[in-house]
Structure formats: structure tokens, C-alpha cells
Design a protein around this ligand. Structure first.
Ligand SMILES: Nc1ncnc2c1ncn2[C@@H]1O[C@H](COP(=O)(O)OP(=O)(O)OP(=O)(O)O)[C@@H](O)[C@H]1O
Length: 317
């Protein structure tokens, strides 16, 4: 099914009284994608997820999940898995009992539910804790159990709202690993809402950034970074004794250069004007130096991270 849209939304809108939480959401997510769903607090991510999982009815607009129109919410619910923002877990049940219960809710027989629960517990690294009470689980184990629960119905689309929130670094790695595996092994589409941009850079194929209920950037991580936060500063290292020659050569380009620390270490700082393409700027600067017989001993661009792009497209005007 790869290539087909697993999620499609057109002009989706939801207000709470006077607060417009989601203004006009248009989405098209190909099957098998791990989509990072980003935005500052209050951007509308949870509201959008609640609509797409049929918990909240949109005020207007339309969407499909796994090809099913939003007018058939019961059918959509059978095809999605959800890890909500603040999932509650019954401490008095074991992990296996809880997963069995949910599998049975989806119509599995007792025996089938039990084997599904055991398989999922193994998938999320909890095989040896299935018979322990959930109250004895760490936060990371609960999140992994929550992901297992989101998979009991073998969903086409999995919605994860802040799955790594409050986890220590090793818990984060395990959960991210699990999410990647869900997509790669099951071919499921994953919508991952998170504030942890490093997580997104690590596992997402594409990102959508929401701000005040509207999409302000979308594409692959590289595309979003290029559009919103192409690097504009860089550092060059040259032999210190060739400093004057280097500055004269760079003065003939559109790139602005100045020596750091009086130039004693041969370090130059470059600024690239915003109307100059990055590739053109780099080619001009390095070309001019080489032509002037100045060897380039080091070169690095600053910025160009998803966090820069995020800040650029979500900062308040
Ligand atoms: N039940 C509600 N009643 C009234 N306003 C709400 C309700 N739920 C959300 N809102 C408002 O709608 C807007 C979007 O909230 P939402 O929770 O969807 O954002 P979010 O991007 O998920 O935020 P966060 O990252 O903080 O979880 C915010 O202004 C929020 O205050």
C-alpha cells in the first residue's frame, strides 16, 4: 500500500468557544511515513489528533484515515492505534491482563487476545514483565506498554502524543526504537507529536510544524531546515600568515568576512547575505581563496538544525 495516503485532511477546523485551536488543516501523509507533528504549546496538535482519531468532531472540513472518510468514525477507530498525551494505566492489573482486555475489546477471542498480548509484550521489550503489576513498572515501561496497547488491533495508522515525555535517556532510546520498528516492520504510518526535536531528526521521514492552529512548515527535515533556517554563518581556517591575502580575496565576493581574534589563529568568520543562495556563497568564498593561493584548512557552517527552523517559523510576530 506504500505511496497511498494513510491520512488526508482538508480544511479541518475546530474551535473551543472563541479559541480557534485548529484553523484550517490540510494534510496528506503517505502510508508507511513516520511524521513528526510539531508545534509550540497550544499550537493545536492534540486537538488535531483528537479529530483524526474521531474523539472530537471537527467544526468543518473533512478527512480520511486509511482511506476511510471521517463520516465513518467507528470504522476509523478499528484501524487506528492511539497513545494519548496523558495515558492512564491500571496499576492493579498486569501488563498482559491489560493488553488482553484491550485485544478482546477489538473482538479477539480470549486465546487470541492472550497470544497477541504476549507477542506485543515481547515486541516492546516487556516479555519478562508481562505478569508483573503495572504499578511496579517504570515510566518508560508504561510508555512502551502504552505503545503495545496502541498496536493490539494491528492498526494502519498510529498516533503517539508525546511518547518520550518524562523518560530518561535510555527510556527515550527504547521508545524511539520501538516507534521506528512499528513503521518499518508493520508498514504502519506513525504520527508522532513531540517537543523533542532531536527525536524527530532521528526517526521521522517528514515533519509538519503547526503554529496557532495552522501549518507553517512541512516537508522532510532537510527541506524544512533549508526553507526556514538555511545556515547564514560559517567559519573558515586558513594559514594565519595569509590573512591579508584571504581578506582581500573574500572582499571580491558577496560573502562578508572578518578575522576572529585579530586573525592570529587564521580563523575567519563568514556571513552570508540572506538574498544569496548558500551553495553560491560557499562556492564564491572558497573559489576566491583558492584562486588567490590561500589553502582552506577548515570550513564549517553554523545552524541549519530543525530547532532553528522551528524557532524561525513559530516565533511570534
Ligand atoms: N477542552 C478545551 N477547552 C478550551 N480550550 C481548549 C481545550 N483544549 C485545548 N484548548 C485550547 O486550544 C488550543 C490548542 O490546544 P492543543 O491542546 O490542541 O495544543 P497542543 O499543540 O497539543 O499543545 P501542547 O503542546 O501544550 O500539548 C490552545 O489554545 C488550548 O488552550
Amino acid at each position: 500500500m506504500a505511496g497511498e495516503a494513510a491520512l488526508e485532511a482538508r480544511e479541518l477546523r475546530k474551535s473551543y468557544g472563541r479559541v480557534v485551536a485548529v484553523e484550517s488543516l490540510d494534510l496528506e501523509v503517505a502510508a508507511g511515513t513516520v511524521l513528526g507533528f510539531l508545534g509550540p504549546n497550544g499550537a493545536g496538535k492534540t486537538t488535531a489528533i483528537r479529530m483524526l482519531t474521531t474523539i472530537l468532531a471537527p467544526d468543518s472540513g473533512a478527512f480520511t484515515v486509511a482511506g476511510i472518510p471521517h463520516t465513518r468514525p467507528a470504522d476509523i477507530r478499528r484501524r487506528v492505534g492511539v497513545l494519548p498525551e496523558s495515558a492512564g494505566y491500571p496499576g492493579g492489573q498486569t501488563g498482559e491482563e491489560w493488553l488482553c482486555y484491550h485485544a478482546e475489546l477489538f473482538g479477539r477471542t480470549r486465546a487470541d487476545a492472550r497470544s497477541t498480548a504476549r507477542r506485543l509484550l515481547a515486541d516492546v521489550g516487556l516479555a519478562d514483565r508481562g505478569h508483573a503489576l503495572i504499578s511496579s513498572y517504570s515510566r518508560g515501561m508504561r510508555q512502551r506498554l502504552g505503545i503495545a496497547r496502541a498496536l493490539v488491533n494491528d492498526p494502519d495508522v498510529v498516533f503517539l502524543d508525546e511518547p518520550t515525555l518524562g523518560l530518561d535517556p535510555s527510556g527515550q532510546v527504547q521508545v524511539l526504537d520501538q516507534i521506528s520498528r512499528v513503521a518499518r516492520q508493520r508498514g504502519a504510518t506513525v504520527l508522532l507529536s513531540t517537543h523533542v526535536l532531536a527525536d524527530v531528526e532521528q526517526i521521522c521521514d517528514r515533519v509538519v510544524i503547526l503554529n496557532r492552529g495552522k501549518i507553517v512548515a512541512q516537508g522532510t527535515v532537510a527541506e524544512v531546515v533549508r526553507q526556514a533556517a538555511a545556515p547564514r554563518h560559517g567559519q573558515l581556517k586558513i594559514p594565519p600568515e595569509l590573512l591579508d591575502r584571504a581578506l582581500a580575496a573574500l572582499a571580491s565576493t558577496d560573502v562578508l568576512a572578518k578575522a576572529n581574534g585579530g586573525g592570529r589563529r587564521g580563523e575567519l568568520e563568514l556571513s552570508i547575505p540572506s538574498d544569496l543562495q548558500l551553495e553560491v556563497a560557499v562556492t564564491q568564498a572558497i573559489g576566491a581563496l583558492l584562486e588567490a593561493g590561500v589553502p582552506v584548512l577548515g570550513f564549517a557552517l553554523e545552524g541549519g538544525r530543525l530547532s532553528d527552523a522551528f524557532l524561525a517559523v513559530t516565533e511570534d510576530v
